[in-house]
Write a protein that binds this ligand. Structure first.
Ligand code: ATP
Ligand code: MG
Length: 400
């Protein structure tokens, strides 16, 4: 008897809700999945009944593939599975072969049918397979919280059997919604904001403002590490590193102390706008949340937005710190974000910053500066760094 083919069955999330333009999203998801699996041996990537199937080779590293698929935005579940037949007798045999190797006291069968021509309904499949497994194993069925759930997914031509569902990020595939420029500091919030827009199908271009030589290179290294983590969702990233200290010095020299941070912010969004123009991005993204710090009062957010040509998206606007930290922990950015560093905005910060800035007042202060010249001089000194997939894993194909 030929051994069952091992595979991963991957389930779409929001793409399922798409009607006329579903194939557009599916194509992008397909390409992203291919990129996610680059460098690992597998047999084929194919589509069946609105699922993606990664067929494995005997030497395929199952855990590594599962971990990579779990980061493909647009997938809600990735299940390490076996391909079985639509013939009930064969299917029963295959299931028993897999179940027999597992330790459990209680179990249930969880069947679903994408192929509506299959002669049995899902409850009938559950009952029939359940009876056989109960007799052969001597174990009992329990519908709530069983030790073992046997998933039986009847698709177009075949049946997938599996026992475990790995949760993916869900959302829409990266690149299906267009490009945005994410202003990333080394803090906790902006990487989470980036993750949120990646999950909405945006491709992120990153921009970071640093104050070298007034700050240490650690903040740059932190940003690189944070982007490397986010890069797992989009496979290739760019960071615009923009030296900000000359511009900051001019603000410090020629403007009132209380409004410095607001002026820094307005300069940042102007520069981010230039990045967006160059990259053909459609919006800017920041990690602001209302009232979290003085620069994030409604008034100050409004004054910051006033300097931008493009809309500023603020995905964390209604989130509290705890929610943000939970997400940061789950995606693995938290531990990096809390490493000590000196951010450019913590330099020359007033003790009592303006919390209720007014657009006209700030514009008048800027009239005393040569804003255009400051932006152009700073822009010239930008450096672009590319982040590639973290490691090119070498797998031993010969097994020796
Ligand atoms: P974060 O944790 O993201 O640093 P924060 O709560 O510290 O956020 P601020 O320092 O006020 O808040 O920054 C608000 C937003 O402005 C950040 O989320 C980020 O999008 C942007 N920003 C701040 N500093 C920088 C920087 N040095 N480079 C790029 N963007 C920045
Ligand atoms: Mg910050």
């Amino acid at each position: 008897m030929t051994p069952m083919v091992r595979c991963f069955v991957c389930y779409y999330h929001e793409i399922l809700l798409k009607k006329g333009n579903r194939s557009f999203f599916e194509k992008i998801l397909w390409r992203n999945t291919q990129k996610a699996l680059q460098g690992v041996p597998y047999c084929a990537l194919r589509r069946t009944s609105g699922r993606l199937v990664v067929e494995l080779l005997p030497e395929s590293p199952v855990e590594e593939i599962g971990a990579r698929l779990q980061k493909v935005v647009g997938l809600i579940y990735c299940c390490p599975a076996w391909v079985s037949s639509q013939d009930m007798e064969q299917l029963t045999q295959d299931l028993w072969k897999l179940v027999r190797e597992r330790k459990f006291e209680t179990f249930k069968i969880h069947a679903r049918r994408a192929n509506k021509n299959f002669p049995l309904l899902s409850p009938q499949i559950n009952a029939q397979l359940g009876d056989v497994i109960r007799e052969k194993s001597g174990k009992s069925v329990r519908l709530k919280h069983p030790d073992l759930t046997c998933y039986v997914d009847v698709v177009d031509q075949e049946v997938f059997l599996y026992f475990e569902r790995l949760r993916g990020p869900g959302g829409l595939p990266v690149s299906s919604s267009g490009k945005v420029v994410v202003l990333i500091s080394g803090g906790i919030d902006s990487p989470v904001a980036a993750y949120k827009v990646l999950k909405r199908g945006c491709r992120a271009i990153f921009v970071h403002f640093h104050s070298l030589p007034d700050t240490t290179p650690e903040s740059l290294e932190k940003v690189r590490r944070l982007v490397s983590i986010l890069n797992q969702y989009q496979y290739r990233s760019k960071i615009y590193m923009i030296p900000f200290s000359d511009l900051q010095r001019q603000i410090v020299a020629f403007t009132p102390v209380a409004t410095r941070v607001i002026l820094y912010r307005r300069m940042m969004v102007r520069l981010a706008d230039l990045v967006a123009r160059r990259e053909r991005a459609q919006a800017l993204v920041t990690g602001d949340s209302i009232g979290q710090v003085s620069s994030q009062t409604l008034e100050n957010l409004r004054v910051t937005s006033d300097a931008a040509r493009l809309p500023i998206l603020r995905p964390l606007i209604g989130a509290d710190k705890e929610e943000i930290i939970d997400t940061a922990r789950s995606i693995g950015t938290f531990e990096i974000s809390i490493l000590p560093d000196v951010d450019c905005c913590s330099l020359f910060v007033p003790r009592h910053p303006e919390t209720r800035a007014r657009v006209e007042v700030i514009r008048r202060i800027e009239d005393g500066l040569d804003v255009e010249q400051m932006i152009q001089e700073t822009w010239k000194r930008r450096q672009i760094e590319k982040i590639e997939p973290q490691e090119k894993v070498e797998f031993n194909l010969t097994g020796s």
